[in-house]
Design a protein around this ligand. Structure first.
Ligand SMILES: C[S@@+](CC[C@H](N)C(=O)[O-])C[C@H]1O[C@@H](n2cnc3c(N)ncnc32)[C@H](O)[C@@H]1O
Length: 230
């Protein structure tokens, strides 16, 4: 299925995440076979948060992705457009500044963050080029972008095995652990339809970012893209 066919109305995407919010973190752990912990460590390394670094974690969901930055003493704003995810996050982390925000129209001033990061969110944004431009607007000159997203496995044999896992094995497992298994069918399809590493790097550069580079994690199941605002 092509990405154009798969594109969901932003309201439906928010509603879908509202539905899975309570069990989101558990489901992630199970479906990624625990790999998500490795991916989060790599994001943390790339973000390089230290005390006082101003970080926007956009599409933060329940803010599990923000945890390591907060632990490092950074000033983190976890933002998301699913109120269900924000509410679940607020229940668990009541003092954190959860903010309702759409990635394509951010409620922040120009140049206000040192780093903008997004983990497993960009694929869900219908107009992701607009989101990349917004991330650039709110990042200070010299500030950085770190995007962690599912990508294309780079080993050909493994690519087939992975594709079968996504389309055949993932939905039945999701039915057991998730409150909304349909959303995991969407997950599988949206991963298949998402651009590969080089194409996404080009999209990031086209949105005005410099020094774009990426690193594959778990053989390219996930890619970590980094860039700098000129
Ligand atoms: C798979 S979750 C990732 C949550 C978190 N970053 C993590 O790594 O656990 C994707 C999140 O993206 C959010 N999202 C999707 N499109 C968005 C948009 N246009 N603006 C803000 N958030 C969005 C969803 O509401 C959801 O919480």
């Amino acid at each position: 299925m092509s990405r154009a066919t798969l594109k969901k109305d932003p309201k439906d995407v928010a509603a879908m995440f509202d539905d899975v919010a309570a069990k989101y973190d558990l489901t992630n752990d199970v479906l990624s076979l625990g790999q998500d912990r490795l991916w989060r460590r790599a994001v943390h390394q790339a973000v390089g948060a230290t005390a006082g670094t101003r970080i926007l974690d956009i599409a933060a969901g329940t803010a599990t992705s923000s945890e390591p930055f907060v632990a490092a003493g950074a000033e983190v704003v976890p933002a998301d457009f699913s109120l269900g995810m924000l509410r679940e996050g607020h229940k668990r982390r009541p003092t954190w500044p959860f903010t309702a925000a759409d990635a394509t129209a951010l409620p922040f001033a120009d140049d206000s963050f040192d780093v903008v990061t997004m983990s497993f969110g960009l694929r869900n944004v219908a107009d992701y080029s607009q989101a990349l431009a917004e991330f650039r607007r709110v990042t200070r000159p010299g500030g950085r972008l770190v995007i962690c997203e599912f990508s294309q496995p780079v080993i050909p044999g493994f690519r087939t095995i992975y594709s079968n896992y996504l389309m055949a094995a993932l939905p039945p497992i999701a039915r057991k652990v998730s409150s909304n298994p349909e959303s995991y069918v969407y997950l599988a399809e949206s991963i298949q339809a998402w651009p590969g590493q080089a194409e996404l790097a080009q999209d990031i550069a086209d949105a005005g970012w410099g020094e774009v580079e990426w690193r594959n994690l778990s053989g390219g199941i996930v890619a970590l893209h980094r860039a700098v605002k000129p």
